[in-house]
Design a protein around this ligand. Structure first.
Ligand code: MG
Length: 160
């Protein structure tokens, strides 16, 4: 039996919550009293997605291509990084991505549809190939103490 050449990858990212920064997740400016700290816009969800794709490609991780020491990436929209990573996936079709944002606050459910739209557009795939879930940690751990927000993602690529 000939199995299709399929490649799976996962990604994980965390950024610290601080005052005086915007909270950008999935390219959406989510209203909140704090935002994620980082060199780029610190979009943990999109960073996890980048790492999932790079993992599926067997191509290392996001820090290899967009180092936080490079002024070129300072303050940049992470959706731009995701587009760049998707550009590296020539030769593959993206079957789907799935993801989880782990945040105690704010409530993210009202923003998930817009995040999906932004990500599907950056990946240039149909919207039903992108899934985003959100959960809290029931106030446990660093997420529960609202010190940071984490995100997990998986991506599946199929060789053309
Ligand atoms: Mg990051």
């Amino acid at each position: 039996m000939n199995l299709p050449d399929i490649r799976i990858g996962n990604g994980y990212d965390v950024h610290r919550l601080v005052e005086g920064r915007k909270l950008i997740l999935g390219g959406v400016d989510v209203p909140h009293s704090m935002g994620l700290d980082g060199h780029s816009d610190a979009d943990a969800l999109v960073h996890a997605l980048c790492d999932a794709l790079l993992g599926a490609l067997g191509a290392g991780d996001i820090g290899k291509y967009f180092p936080d020491t490079d002024p070129k990436w300072k303050g940049v929209s992470s959706l731009r990084l995701l587009k760049e990573v998707m550009g590296m996936c020539k030769g593959f079709k993206l079957a789907n991505v799935d993801s989880v944002i782990v945040a105690q606050q704010p409530k993210l459910a009202p923003h998930l549809a817009e995040m999906k739209k932004n990500i599907a557009s950056a990946l240039d795939v149909e919207i039903d190939r992108v899934n985003i879930k959100a959960t809290t940690t029931e106030k446990l751990g660093f997420v529960g103490r609202e010190e940071g927000i984490a995100a997990y993602a998986v991506a599946l690529l199929v060789k053309k």
